[in-house]
Design a protein around this ligand. Sequence first.
Ligand SMILES: [Zn+2]
Length: 455
Amino acid sequence: MEGAFLSMFDDPFTRVFIAETDGQIAGYVRLSFNRDENRLYVPSLYFLPDFQGQGMGRRLLEAAEEYAAEKSLDELWIGVMVKNRQALVFYRKVGFQFVREEPFTMGKTTVSHLIGYKKLGKNTQLIQKTYITFDGGKSLKSLSRLCLELLSEQKKTWEDLREGYKLLKNIRERDVLCRGFFIRLQQNSERIKSSLADVGKKSANERRCFLCLDHLPESQRGILYQNDYLILCNPMPVFSSHFTISHLDHRRQTVVEHIDTFLQLMSDFGSGWMVLYNGPQCGASAPDHLHFQAIPSGQMPVEKEIRGKKRPNLMTQVGGVSLYRLRDVGREVIILEGDNPMAVGGVFKGFLKALGEILLVNEEPMINIAGFHKKRKYCLVIFPRRKHRPGAFFKEGDAQVVVSPGVIDMGGVFITPVEKDFYRLDAALAEAIYGEVSLEGEIVERAIGALQQSP
Ligand SMILES: [Zn+2]
């Protein structure tokens, strides 16, 4: 393809490069310089459908990058509609990283945009950080097998990870028998940072996000999943293998919009694994960066209770999905089970919507989820929450108990980073903590009732 780039417009703050092929205009890129921010933006990049798949987009961007370099700028900025998945995939592939979500108003409509940038002159970060791309299970290697392979590779090349797993061998555990159920205590000093993590909005903005590609440790690599997520080894593991599934973009933690991916992850990991979610206000250590976790199953006491004959109490069935409520486990546990992921996702959304309406909250109601796929059934174990940390967490001196319940604690494994808590946490205290942070049964019952009545 013969191509020529011309620039036009004398406006010092706008620059357009046009791509021509055989004297015919094939596409253009418009650049706009924001003087206050000292940033070069790409407000539009367009080429005719006939030239799709010919590298036209890349070439137009190269022209933009050269221009930025001439201006001594080292970044190129862009805003892309959240819904324009194809464009997001393209820009990420050529090295853009999306770091902020912003509403953008055009006339009467407001749509959500992702703002991203590309560091110029740097190798494409994503390529550098990708250990392997998961092909959707077409090859013989399952996702869990790839993850274990990644873990053993990363242990060889990444010292902090090796150290994190070595320390896991020194943790102590003990079981505490409560009224009708049991919990397991894990004394894990390594988790102190995440237990004490300041997860307020302000701190989230000021803190360097540890899940953004830019800030990942030098040696860290991951498995590219669905062109949207990187599956990473957690350097502060709680279990013998512990992965973080981090979105490539810096965007807020929420599960409602991403439940389809969550269910897909459950089936891709396969039986023997659990996929976990912590709401932004009840356990997520990076509430401003969308992420899930994956661990081998068989670790959390709640799994035994689910299998118990008399425990799951069938409350209702909606669209082929069964909704159970666990009996006598000291906290609210709702289970959704069905063989059609779309139907399970739909009932999940309905349940969350009902909870939100009863609680009068606009944002996502506080929940933790553990999901698994077994015998062709999708199973979501939901822990509805009233608050994140118990009152004892905020007490001073000896009275303070450092527990910061997330999905793992709600599943029955209490992480106690402070040694004295490990020894003194007894049945009464554990029951009190569950009672305090779990949502009231009466509200859960009303949400189930609303779900039964909705069409
Ligand atoms: Zn981030």
